[in-house]
Write a protein that binds this ligand. Structure first.
Ligand code: SAM
Length: 323
């Protein structure tokens, strides 16, 4: 395996895997905090201007715990890890960029790839560092980095996974250009594709739809107008990404078909944990008031105990691979 990392100050090669902790050319130190290599001191929360980063530090724990019902959480990350490792191939070097709680990075590493997990949120990285012993030795390197300025040499990576990242950054074009710079010729960018859940006409789906609507209404009444992530929507990704790459394909796999039971309680926990991008910069008390209003309205309509109604779902996830 050739060298991969570069000095964030002078751009010189940082030798080794994991890389050396001091740049031989300019003397810049790459500090380590609890197993995480620190390549940037940029703040985690920055909502102004085109380079906006979202402040996941404040929601990292709840994002990790409430993103999916437990049963689905286990299935989902193992499924993604398997599907991605098969696409990329064993021994290849994969960057999981904006990896969040990191379960995807860990599962890819367990299946024979060398994985760099990179995120701007140190708290997200710390969650993953506590599971490092589950990965084969030397298979996973954790980096606090900024997607706008990656600490990797040109043409050094086989694949970059960017799952729900391009909707989280204020300037997705710049991130894609940076991803292209670090990919080897023929290397792949792997993003999330469209997800379909069935059934859709059941009572739990109806409650979830209403919860989302009531939440938006409650915020609007409190002066928050636009509930919108800073980056690309799925549709904008489909329109824009093919302009940067020669080819793309939609990947479906049995590993990405999930069956699970969800309750409105789970959905509300997810909404309450501020996992959605537009929620991250929101004032906490405003958010809590809006959540109280959502619960009150739903209880009036569906009665006490509505949170426990269960529904079995089948969810088909997909990946899109650009090269
Ligand atoms: C919506 S989460 C996606 C997490 C994970 N990939 C998943 O599929 O659940 C977006 C992640 O991108 C990270 N992020 C946002 N802006 C970033 C930037 N400029 N550089 C690196 N990571 C960034 C956030 O900290 C967060 O962990």
């Amino acid at each position: 395996m050739g060298d991969i990392f570069r000095c964030p100050s002078c751009g010189a090669v940082l030798k080794g895997w994991p890389p050396s902790s001091i740049c031989g050319a300019c003397g810049r130190k790459i500090p380590r905090k609890g197993g995480v290599l620190i390549f940037t001191d940029e703040p985690d929360l920055k909502l102004e201007g085109e380079g906006s980063y979202i402040g996941y530090d404040q929601v990292a724990d709840s994002y990790a715990q409430h993103r999916y019902p437990e049963e689905l959480d286990r299935q989902i990350w193992a499924g993604y890890g398997k599907a991605i490792a098969e696409l990329v191939g064993p021994g290849r070097v994969v960057l999981d960029l904006g990896y969040g709680p990191g379960k995807c990075a860990l599962e890819i590493a367990k299946r024979g790839c060398r994985v760099i997990a990179g995120d701007i949120s140190l708290n997200m990285l710390t969650i993953l560092s506590s599971t490092l012993d589950q990965a084969p030795e030397n298979s996973l390197v954790l980096c606090r980095l900024n997607a706008y300025d990656l600490p990797f040499l040109d043409g050094s990576l086989d694949a970059v996974v960017a799952r729900y990242l391009l909707l989280a950054v204020g300037n997705p074009e710049r991130v894609v250009m940076e991803v292209k710079r670090v990919l080897k010729p023929g290397g792949m960018l792997i993003t999330e594709g469209p997800t379909e859940r069935s059934p859709t006409d059941d009572i739990v789906s109806e409650v979830e739809m209403k919860a989302r609507r009531y939440y938006g209404e409650a915020l609007r009444r409190r002066g928050v107008d636009e509930l919108k992530a800073p980056g690309w929507t799925q549709r904008q990704m489909r329109e824009n990404l093919p302009k940067f790459f020669r080819s793309f394909k939609l990947v479906e796999s049995d590993d990405l078909v999930f069956r699970f039971t969800e309750t409105p309680g789970w959905f509300l926990r997810r909404l309450g944990s501020r996992y959605s991008l537009f929620q991250v910069g929101l004032d906490q008390s405003l958010h809590e008031e809006a959540m109280d209003e959502v619960r009150r309205r739903l209880e009036e309509e569906y009665g006490k105990g509505f949170e426990e109604m269960g529904q079995e779902y089948r969810e088909v996830h997909r990946l899109v691979v650009y090269r």
